[in-house]
Design a protein around this ligand. Structure first.
Ligand code: MN
Length: 321
């Protein structure tokens, strides 16, 4: 996959081996299979949360896994103009591309291992569409979009973007070189990822070779979620099975264990996982479509603000597209 990779894992910084006498391994409390549903113009996503209790995922609100899908010519779909308020969207594209435009006049291409971090904050309108060449020719598409909540004090922050190129992703490996660990945001084992987050989180994409085990230290004040993008393996020192499209929710402790099965299915040479953790916000959540606020009244206000153009308008250049 074009998500950033390397020919030689052994030259990367290594995550030190955990001290078995000291590590408090987090137990797996729940494994859920992500339900499938249609989004935008009708593309299928797998959505592991919010199908779990939102308090379990806090500060995360939603995870959409798009693909992997091989689009035939004319088939690629996206999400036309829509608003957001009250949180951040983080779009990570492993294969293929999304083009985006927004009501502030900003825009760009997210492709092949790049991440776009959009703080919607007080409100923004944007579209997220496959580029014309992808629609025309078809091709492989694989990405994820994560929604990170903002606390009440930051919901009205002005919108902003961070475009994190594939070359900015911090690469490390496990103590035996059996896993490629891409740090997209936050800290892991003394390394700092490129994403700057309002709410402290750690966001990792790891490729674990067949038969290899990845053990990482994990902040005890963070929650811990592991989602399998592809492949088969197990999680926790208890070895609970996990396969493509499943999310593992961990209990308390300060270390995570993920293991790839020796035999992987034909489509995926390794176990591909996202590791997600953050400091819970623990505020009331009023979640209505693209708006995430604290109260019902703020949702009513968001709908009014969107309808009256106070959340921004579609720039004339893109009208009618
Ligand atoms: Mn959006």
């Amino acid at each position: 996959m074009p998500a950033v990779t390397t020919d030689n894992l052994l030259v990367l910084p290594r995550i030190p081996r955990l001290d078995p006498a000291l590590a408090r391994h987090r137990p797996v409390v729940q494994v859920v299979t992500a339900p499938k549903q249609l989004e935008g113009e009708g593309f299928q996503v797998r959505r592991p949360f919010p199908s779990v209790d939102l308090r379990t995922a806090d500060p995360f609100l939603l995870l959409d896994h798009l693909g992997a899908v091989e689009y035939a010519p004319g088939e690629a779909k996206g999400a036309p103009w829509h608003p957001h308020r009250g949180f951040e969207t983080v779009t990570y594209i492993m294969d293929g591309a999304f083009e985006h435009h927004d009501s502030t006049g900003g825009g760009g291409l997210i492709a092949d291992g790049a991440t776009q971090w959009m703080t919607a904050g007080a409100g923004i309108l944007h579209d997220e569409m496959p580029p014309e060449w992808l629609v025309h020719k078809g091709g492989l598409f694989h990405g994820v979009q994560l929604w990170v909540n903002l606390p009440q004090t930051l919901k009205w922050t002005p919108p902003r973007y961070q475009d994190i190129g594939a070359d900015k992703v911090v690469l490390v490996t496990s103590d035996d070189g059996g896993a490629l660990v891409r740090l997209i945001a936050g800290d892991l084992a003394g390394q700092a990822g490129p994403g700057v987050t309002w709410t402290p989180i750690t966001y990792v994409h790891a490729s674990i070779s067949p038969g290899a085990q990845l053990q990482v230290p994990w902040r005890p004040d963070f929650n811990a979620l592991v989602y399998a993008l592809s492949g088969v393996g197990s999680v926790g020192v208890e070895g609970r099975p996990l396969r493509e499209g499943q999310l593992a929710v961990f209990g308390s402790g300060d270390a995570l264990t993920i293991q790839a099965d020796r035999r992987q299915d034909g489509r995926s040479p390794s176990l591909e996982v996202l590791l997600l953790g953050g400091h819970p916000i623990r505020e009331p959540v009023a979640f209505y479509g693209p708006f995430v606020m604290n109260t019902h009244e703020e949702i009513v206000q968001a709908i009014q603000d969107f309808r009256t153009g106070r959340m921004g308008t579609i720039p004339a250049t893109y009208l009618g597209r």
